[in-house]
Design a protein around this ligand. Structure first.
Ligand code: SF4
Length: 395
């Protein structure tokens, strides 16, 4: 049978270099392991998604297929420090972002190979690469292209796109630049608080000036005027947002338009498309299922601090149990855990985080987290619970 590129990148063995025997044992054992006084659960789905596997494999292929040529990434390939550091060690250069330090004064030329990350790229970057004439490898995840297509339709029909997303996230920046390049308007809302301000300005309860002055930088398109450009609204979301929050925001905006124009007319003025990707949705649903399977005494979520889907996994429990978003095993030092607070976004140290014995701990990992990091974190938690490493197989 002929192997197409897609067949190849769907091959789960692409994740070979980040394999963890402990995680494989948990996967094959129904996501449960009892070690002494600790019951370890893992979510039904977690870790590298199809799009990340594919992007990582494409960079590896570029290194093999273009020996002797400079391989550049526009920015992080995915939001995981270890994976980016591994590529840096293999000789990949970073045009910008936290891994670009050593090549600050260099840039790609026409002989270079430049990789577009899984999040896609802005129109400005794509134009820059075309003008340069270098070899471009585009790892944009097909799930990211779906909201892009929808925004083009909104622009064509003169709807302003409201994006449930994070202004600084590469995927949302790419969506915004695409809309702007077509002469359309956009507004980015990060959460229900920002959506409420949008609803207030739609319903006339907040002035145009007050609304605009309270928005973060780059959250709206040049020339965006709330009085003119909120008469027809279409929503999309960054593929990795919290699904339940997106549904709330869509309902809030629909209700605000109904309040202003009446139910019949609002139908013509509002469109929605849930563009959360399947992996994000399944990972979030799996945490909810695991919480029911528990009950959980705590949840540990492993992934990069700037990974949107990882951050949102920490919020799925909605405060029913303590949830700790950690970078990996080094976050755990005995009775102290270093983690990102989902409320403030700050990195904090929490002492006395382990519950009374016996306890059930749930684990999950973001779509950009290698299995090895999750496996090592499971071991670090067991160590902190005074369970000898030898009681757990693998590494
Ligand atoms: S998280 Fe979703 S959108 Fe992002 S790379 Fe994975 S499948 Fe694609």
């Amino acid at each position: 049978m002929t192997e197409t590129p897609v067949d190849r990148y769907e091959d789960p063995h692409q994740r070979y270099s980040y394999r963890s025997t402990l995680i494989e044992q948990l996967r094959s054992g129904g996501g449960e392991l009892n070690v002494g006084h600790v019951r370890v659960l893992t979510a039904r789905t977690f870790g590298f998604c199809w799009g990340v596997d594919r992007a990582v494999a494409m960079v590896r292929d570029a290194l093999e297929e273009h020996p002797g040529r400079a391989i550049w990434l526009l920015d992080q390939i995915i939001h995981n420090p270890q994976v980016n550091a591994d590529f840096k060690e293999m000789g990949v250069r970073f045009l910008r972002g936290p891994f670009s330090e050593s090549e600050k004064n260099e840039s790609p030329d026409e002989e270079s190979v430049v990789v577009i990350p899984a999040f896609s790229a802005t129109v400005e970057d794509i134009n820059m690469l075309n003008e340069l004439g270098c070899t471009v490898i585009d790892t944009t995840c097909p799930w990211v292209i779906r909201p892009h297509r929808r925004t083009l339709k909104y622009v064509e029909d003169q709807f302003t796109t409201v994006i449930h997303g994070l202004v600084q996230h590469e995927e949302t920046r790419a969506s915004c630049s695409l809309i702007a390049s077509q002469g359309g308007h956009y507004l980015v809302v990060a959460d229900q608080l920002e959506a409420q301000r949008l609803c207030d300005v739609i319903s006339g309860g907040m002035s145009r000036t007050e609304f605009l002055s309270g928005l973060p930088q780059n959250a709206y398109s040049d020339g965006f005027d709330p009085d003119q450009h909120l008469e027809r609204v279409g929503t999309i979301n960054q593929t990795t947002m919290l699904a339940s929050e997106t549904r709330e925001i869509e309902a809030m905006v629909r209700d605000a338009l109904q309040g202003r124009y009446g139910a019949d007319e609002a139908q013509e003025r509002f469109r929605e498309l849930n563009t959360i990707c399947r992996a994000t949705q399944e990972n979030q649903d799996s945490v909810a299922e695991m919480a029911e399977r528990g009950p959980l005494d705590l949840l540990v979520v492993v992934g990069g601090y700037d990974s949107s889907n990882t951050k949102n996994l920490t919020r799925v429990g909605g405060g029913q149990f303590p949830s700790y978003h950690v970078l990996g095993p080094d976050a755990i030092e005995g009775g102290t855990i270093r983690h990102r607070s989902p409320e403030t976004g700050e990195i904090v140290l929490t002492e006395g985080w382990l519950p009374a014995r016996p306890f059930t701990v749930g684990f999950t990992a973001g779509a950009s987290t290698p299995d090895t990091l999750l496996g090592d974190t499971v071991r670090a938690v067991l160590d902190a619970a005074d369970l000898p490493m030898g009681t757990v197989v693998g590494s």
